[in-house]
Design a protein around this ligand. Sequence first.
Ligand SMILES: [Zn+2]
Length: 307
Amino acid sequence: MKNPSHCEVNMVLHVDLYYSISISVLQNSFQNCCFTSRYLSSGADVITTATYQATLAGFVKYLDLKSEEAAQLLQSGVYLAKEAVAEFLSESRNSERRKPLIAGSIGPYGVFLHDRSEYSGNYVDSMTKEELKAWHRPQMQSLITAGVDLIAMETIPSQKEGEALVELLREFPNAKAWLSFSAKDGKCISHGENFDDAVKFPIKSDQLVAVGINCCCPDIISPLLMSANKTRGTKIGWIVYPNSGETWNPNTHYISSLEREPVNNQLAKFALEWKELGAKWIGGCCRTTPADIAELRATLTLDLSHD
Ligand SMILES: [Zn+2]
């Protein structure tokens, strides 16, 4: 897996469906495969597996599975993504499209706790890096064994957990990955560290294809990138895939995507700015739709043709 060259921008995909019902999505191959295919048809070059909330310990605890069965269930997320890619390629008549990559999603430890601490990352205050590595190891091992093209270490709220994941990645020296933080404002990641500080260790890793931000409001992305561009240098590019900018309400949740219009081209609107700031991978996270991805692809394709 090569880094994209300077003029290439990849689009990544990560959808809210994966967040809310990852277990049932894993067990519903037809729905997931078709759903993912819509994003591929809309222009996504990378899809993430529906494993953000899926952990071996969670499957053992909540589904009463043996650890081998839990590993198989986690890996089924990769096989479903491969199915979607194969289906897309067999139907695609556009020979210029590259083969989509499959990124195996690993979310923060906090998703296992079911107490919304993945949004604060506060649990790291009482955990060591070794404990965090021990937690993430079986998921990373299973996804790599199942044959993902790269690992998506995403929506990570704290510097400590980000560093633990980058250290853990060294145990799989042939694997590539990206590391993406969640953020609370235009300067800080969710746990409170400056984004500029949080990227200092990860950007030295030869295994990372990108470092960045996901699942935040689109309008704080540019300030975050600007705050750390001096630190980033030229060795590595940013990855950015914000959500739609809608606010999560614990009582009403989001409105159904069927009732909602696309996000006023927010991704496309910001994408060229992010590209100028060093983004090499741009996409959409929660609540972004195939229409958003299509608009993003059209905007970037047009821009790249002028480079
Ligand atoms: Zn998201």
